[in-house]
Design a protein around this ligand. Sequence first.
Ligand code: GDP
Length: 453
Amino acid sequence: MFATLSDRLTSTFKNLRTKGRLSEADIDATVREIRRALLDADVAVPVVRQFTGAIRERALSAEVSQALNPAQQVVKIVNEELVSILGGQTRTLNLAKNPPTVILLAGLQGAGKTTLAGKLALHLKGQGHTPILVAADLQRPNAVTQLQVVGERAGVPVFAPHPGNQGADDVLPQGADPVAVARQGVETATARQHDVVIVDTAGRLGIDAELMRQAADIRDATNPDEVLFVIDAMIGQDAVTTAQAFLDGVGFTGVVLSKLDGDARGGAALSVASVTGRPILYASTGEKLTDFEVFHPDRMAGRILDMGDVLTLIEQAERAFDQDQAEKMAGKLAAGEDFTLADFLEQMQQLKKMGSMKKMLGMMPGMGQMREALENFDEREVDRIEAIVRSMTPGERDNPKIINGSRRARIARGSGTTPTDVNQLLERFDGAQKMMKQMARNGGGMPGFGNLP
Ligand code: GDP
């Protein structure tokens, strides 16, 4: 996510770190480098101009700070300006006073609307809402089926055109009218007391008048509380023109950045909020339904400047976290019982529930500098650990000290690994066990991030 831009900006700041005081020439050189980094990342020219202008002015007039050195002061200014072009405050979803809340998704074909519909539905369901999806994309032959698949995976119902309008779309009526389908979808949602309706609309490969008219008709027929414009972060400079065309043709209340998992000069997407004056509400970061985040301008700026995004990391941990299990574990440790391999396995599985390790590690501060190591991180490591522990007998799990050469060979064979892998796991487990003992002595508190291996 914005890896290139992030690398360029952080290396600019690194050059400043050796300076005791910044002259006007230093500031100008820095601003020039920032400008080049932003332009190379496809950030729109007017946005770059405004951004660098503000930074130069603020850096020149910056008061000498006791707390921050000049380099830190520049980082602070860049961070604040970045937060500002990303929209400033986090904007939450506008919920209707009288449910259902109607959310219309608009954007080009392939932008990621259908996928997003499922992600958003799953997210809202997790917050206690009862969303329903409406398939008003009747342009693409597979769009309705695709939405149904996504709905099934998210565990939410889908309203699709069908004689009787109940279920499968295998008999899509010829010439079904997407405006009528959208209207019926909202009516059905009201009747069935769903509190959120997400309407998926058709996209085209390019901007065209017909597409805009249809989306505007659906908008008028459904009176949405939110029109979310979904934009593929990888389309480069076209993002701004496309956004402007949708703003003029349909209008939208918020933006969703999709495919932020690809690096490809996502800077254009960074311009969208600033150019259209509409906030970014969500980010889509992969093909899985859980690859979805609420967009926080400040946290995103932090990630771009390689300051990490510990808050998002913690939230994801909380979501995956099983309170009962944690309490059981804490009680066990407090009672002086040992942390066993079975516990270790349970913890690994909890970690896995948080999603991709690579993504999680990428949110740690300073990880930008370890990008290469991160790229090489093998997601299958957790599976390997799991396989090894599963190949042990209960006795071995409780007391790994009994694992001798022949047991080790048997475990390696059973788990499709090598005896060295088994050894490595046992060493790591030994370290984890020591750490757990120490935590139990400290009264069960989590060690600081600094203690993490
Ligand atoms: P739509 O035409 O706007 O409905 O777009 P789709 O939801 O069908 O998405 C188009 C393609 O992009 C599909 O292959 C999706 O799996 C993929 N896709 C959607 N969102 C993301 C994302 O955040 N990251 C990645 N890598 N792929 C995505």
